[in-house]
Design a protein. Structure first.
Ligand SMILES: Cc1cc2nc3c(=O)[nH]c(=O)nc-3n(C[C@H](O)[C@H](O)[C@H](O)COP(=O)(O)O)c2cc1C
Length: 487
């Protein structure tokens, strides 16, 4: 059996109603609040396993608290040519280049309706049903309408919509993580979600939550951009991460050269690193969901310590089978008991410790006081500069008058103090008028720069006759070049 056939078979079994059920109660230490709603455990199934929403009940039944179906594309599409799913057994990893095979929005919608008819939201308060939205390969790379249609179509029937801009197998999709595109995409997504009709009938939230799913391959600057856009857009949470296009040197399996997204344990350090970076850039109030290579209770706990509210798994479940959710929950419970803390205490503590810090009221007061002091100091400095400047101008005028205008001196026998700094100025004035300083425009007349320099611009004025050669030269040169300098 090829890995893809095995995958199809597993989905069929879980969708048949004959799959085993996890009837054990989750230990209270595993409980977690998400957007004000209580879940019995933080273990979710990541997207890509149940692409067409065929096995929702079976997947909740084996013990996942969050089941994410999709990625679903608006129109049906076959995905990439086979083979496109590769096991890396020595690395317990997978490489896939499925390229969003999807039966399309209509079929997936009908599957969701059937599930909800049987299990209305009021009957399943601790299950989160998420729909992961992708886009058709035939849609232009920068076109966001597939996502917007997805929000309209699936928003009324899901708890959470995941905006997947991070699968490596659809050309151009990851480009939507770039700041400009992401801003436009998320603004439209949120606007469309906000425009949906409010639901009652036992839904956890009147409108679906919007979660962004990102790649583990973004660098620090790109994650900073993502964080800014997430904060500005009002997105409700982020999943970190999808599969990676990197190939760690530790890989030993024969298929490790295959193209596509790598998942499983080799992804773990990359997704955890991206997670930690994004956690430090977003306030604790925005929940982050850890995903990527989580295989044991200890792995899950490490994400909680870094501030994850929930975690998701795929590859380890694929290798381990239907008993996996129970196994990882038991391991996690064991770790929590040993440490004497609940999941919620650890994950909240992590988010508060490592999340971006909001400004506290007492800190804000200090910041304002400091800024006020700095402002007063600036005003004082400015006053000093203006006084000096006044003296400089007076001195410069006085020097010019004394040096070259006996008549002017006669008219003003008191004279002026010595000029200084004149060499840096271009000052021209009429030989018949006392020191005419004429700004060329309002904007140029006086401007105070941010550094506290006070440049005064003085326009050249042509001398009326040749009697003052030096000044005439300066004035002519300045007039010719349009040069206007500052004192
Ligand atoms: C075969 C396969 C198909 C996947 N398909 C999707 C998908 O359609 N949409 C998506 O957002 N992620 C998809 N993923 C990524 C997973 O949801 C998850 O983010 C990734 O595999 C990392 O988690 P893991 O290491 O526990 O598998 C797929 C992963 C695998 C292995």
């Amino acid at each position: 059996m090829t890995p893809e056939t095995a995958h199809r078979f597993a989905v069929r079994v879980l969708g048949s109603g004959w799959a085993p059920q996890d009837r054990a109660q989750d230990d209270p230490s595993l409980g977690v609040q998400l957007w004000g709603h209580r879940l019995s455990s933080p273990i979710g199934l990541a997207a890509g396993f149940d692409k067409d929403a065929e096995a929702i009940e079976g997947l909740f039944g084996i013990g996942f608290s969050w089941v994410e179906v999709g990625s679903v594309t608006p129109k049906p599409q076959p995905g990439n040519p086979r083979p496109r799913f590769f096991h890396l057994p020595e690395d317990s990893a997978i490489i896939n280049r499925y390229g969003f095979p999807s039966r399309g929005a209509h079929i997936v919608l009908s599957h969701l309706r059937s599930y909800l008819a049987k299990y209305p939201p009021s009957s399943a308060p601790d299950r989160i049903l998420a729909v992961n939205l992708g886009k058709n390969k035939s849609s232009p790379p920068d076109d966001i309408s597939d996502f917007i249609n997805g929000v309209r179509t699936f928003g009324p029937l899901s708890d959470v919509l995941v905006i997947n801009v991070s699968s490596p197998n659809t050309p151009g999709l990851r480009g939507l993580q770039n700041r400009g595109m992401l801003e436009e995409l998320l603004a439209e997504v949120i606007k469309t979600r906000n425009g949906l009709a409010e639901r009652k009938d036992g839904w956890k939230w009147a409108k679906p939550k919007i979660v962004l799913k990102i790649a583990p391959d973004l660098d620090k600057a790109e994650l900073e951009d993502v964080a800014e856009v997430v904060k500005a857009s009002g997105v409700d949470g982020v999943i970190v991460s999808n599969t990676t296009i990197q190939r760690p040197s530790s890989l030993i399996s024969a298929a490790s050269h295959e193209q596509g997204g790598l998942s499983g344990p080799p992804l773990y350090p990359l997704s955890l690193k991206a997670f930690r970076t994004l956690r430090s850039l977003l306030p604790p109030s925005i929940p982050l969901i850890g995903c990527g290579g989580i295989t044991t209770g200890r792995d899950a706990l490490e994400f909680a310590e870094a501030g994850a509210t929930l975690v998701q798994v795929y590859t380890a479940f694929g290798y381990d089978g239907v008993g996996f959710p129970r196994r990882i929950k038991d391991q996690l419970q064991h770790e929590l008991t040993a440490g004497g803390k609940t999941w919620e205490e650890i994950s909240k503590g992590g988010a508060e410790r490592f999340g971006a810090k909001p400004l506290r009221a007492e800190d804000a007061e200090d910041v304002l006081k400091n800024e006020g002091k700095a402002f007063l100091q600036d005003v004082e400095n400015l006053e000093k500069v203006l006084v000096e400047l006044d003296q400089d101008i007076s001195s410069a005028l006085s020097e010019l008058e004394q040096g070259s205008q006996p008549e002017a001196r006669e008219r003003d026998p008191s004279g002026h103090p010595e000029a200084h700094g004149v060499s840096e100025s271009t000052i021209a004035h009429s030989t018949t008028e006392p020191a005419l300083l004429e700004p060329t425009s309002d904007a140029e007349s006086a401007s105070i720069s941010a550094t506290g320099d006070v440049p005064i611009t003085l326009a050249p004025v042509k001398p009326a006759d040749d009697s003052c050669e030096a000044e005439a030269e300066i004035a002519t040169a300045a007039a010719a070049t349009g040069d206007v300098k500052t004192i």
